[in-house]
Ligand binder design. Structure first.
Ligand code: HEC
Ligand code: HEC
Length: 420
């Protein structure tokens, strides 16, 4: 709820100030104040070659209108806001703010806080175990209210599939959202023509805003079609705040009777979707990561990256369709992903979700890789090198080509990846 944002104190104000400063194009980054507010001292910050982003990680797009900038800042405040119990937090939740998990490099980044999903197979059918508190485990509770002690959920012993997911950075997602369905459908067709062995496939969901089908682009399993839909999902499943979009609380450990003691005053907690709209505005207007310095080594690595088949899935450039936001309208950008599902064999997480089978994963975008601290969907890889070597299934041949490169060539590929 917006109410509590007035109590969030100095860290919040510092954060907004710094972002406004960035937007106005002042020098390479202020000191990055303490707490979640500060976008943290940005790195080299040299103006990257081209690309629609600003020079500093966590900035909005350059050249936004005053009202767009106001939306960005209001959305950032919502993203940093710590929810409280009267505002709808819980009764079970994972963290009390978005930024607790999305802070690497700047608010909106990734993080090392993993979330847990559970499931099992009953009569050959996947069961997300809603009656046991699944599919996602909210591992924190708000405590004692109205005679009930709301504790965090635990993995029930009946679960046979227990997996972890790492937060995904949110920089540049407005561009991803602005890609037209047809572009992704055509890309999937093109991949079949280029190389059927590595070709990916689209996933489609109902867009909750329009009620129409839309090609998915978000989540490790392509489980959501829009930034707005994902923000609403996170607001409920991470923070426990219900909205008209997602009006039903998660039943703690599957026990819906406990909700009678839920202390949050209204149902849904937020009477309109304005908080989710604000979150979606912040994410939509958040520029992609700035490109790092590119020299001869990175250029050589870029060529090799194509030659060994990495670009079969990590598509270097995509184009957006028309958008009412000029910064997002018909621009070419470089996410290094095709936003399609691929069968990754043993690298898959074994968890079916939406249209994705157990071993299918969305190609992870590689922009901003240098701001990550762990890699792959569950953070299992400590280095980029380890992440590449873990590729399997449709990416196995490409992985083997990387492994067969000379050491100096591998260094070039890694230097290239580290410049994205
Ligand atoms: C407890 C940690 C946690 C919190 C809190 C959290 N997230 Fe996330 N976020 C994740 C994880 C994990 C994923 C990847 C989920 C998946 O695909 O299964 C993710 C993914 C996302 C994505 C998809 C990005 C992409 O490119 O696919 C969006 C958008 C997002 N989060 C927004 C939010 C918003 C908005 C909030 C606050 C309402 C929030 N998150 C709070 C952990 C968190
Ligand atoms: C068949 C498609 C495909 C090919 C080919 C492919 N990848 Fe990937 N890549 C993926 C998918 C899917 C993921 C996400 C896997 C996961 O975490 O489960 C990924 C993840 C990554 C990651 C980790 C990103 C992160 O944020 O954790 C890196 C780094 C990477 N790939 C580099 C490469 C390189 C280098 C090559 C060429 C040697 C390559 N990939 C070839 C599909 C592919």
């Amino acid at each position: 709820m917006r109410r509590s944002m007035f109590f969030s104190g100095l860290g919040l104000l510092t954060g907004i100030g710094l972002v406004i400063a960035c937007a106005m194009g002042q020098g390479p980054g202020g000191p990055g104040g303490p707490g979640p507010g500060g976008p943290g001292g940005p790195g080299p910050g040299g103006p990257g070659p081209g690309g629609p982003g600003g020079p500093i990680l966590g900035s909005p797009y350059p050249g936004l209108t005053r009202s767009q900038l106001a939306l960005f800042n209001a959305g950032l405040a919502q993203f940093l806001e710590v929810e409280n119990v009267p505002g709808g937090l819980g009764p079970v939740f994972t963290e009390s703010s978005c930024v607790k998990c999305h802070a690497n490099g700047a608010p909106g980044g990734s993080g090392d806080r993993l979330v847990t999903r559970i499931g099992r197979v009953v009569n050959g059918q996947f069961d997300p175990m809603i009656a046991f508190g699944g599919p996602q485990i909210q591992d924190r509770g708000i405590g004692k209210f109205n005679g009930v002690n709301f504790v965090g959920e635990v993995v029930p012993p009946q679960a046979t599939i227990v997996i972890k997911r790492r937060p995904i950075p949110l920089f540049g997602l407005g561009l991803v959202d602005a890609v037209q369905d047809e572009t992704l459908i055509m890309l999937a067709q093109q991949e079949v023509l280029n190389n059927p062995l590595t070709a990916g496939r689209v996933s489609v969901s109902i867009d909750p805003e329009t009620g129409l089908e839309r090609v998915d682009r978000f989540g490790w399993k392509l489980q959501q079609p829009t930034v707005f839909a994902f923000a609403g999902d996170a607001y409920l499943n991470e923070l426990g705040v219900t909205t008209p979009l997602n009006p039903n609380e998660n039943c703690p450990q599957g026990n819906c009777a406990l909700l009678a003691a839920d202390p949050a005053p209204t149902n849904p907690n937020d009477l309109d979707n304005s908080a989710i709209e604000a979150l979606a505005s912040f994410i939509t207007l958040l520029a992609p990561p700035p490109r790092g310095p590119v020299g001869a080594t990175q250029q050589a690595g870029s060529v090799l990256f194509g030659q060994i088949g990495c670009t079969d899935c990590h598509t270097p450039a995509l184009e957006t369709g028309p958008s009412t936001i000029a910064a997002l309208s018909q621009v070419t950008f470089s996410p290094y992903s095709d936003f399609l599902l691929h069968d990754m064999g043993t690298l898959g997480d074994g968890y079916p979700q939406n249209q994705a089978g157990p071993t299918e994963m969305r190609t992870a975008p590689l922009w901003g890789l240098r701001f990550e601290t762990t890699f792959l969907h569950d953070g299992r890889a400590a280095t980029v090198n380890a992440a590449i070597l873990a590729h399997d299934g449709q990416a196995k041949a490409s992985r083997n080509k990387f492994a067969a490169l000379k050491a100096t060539q591998q260094t070039s590929v890694l230097a290239f990846l580290n410049s994205l």
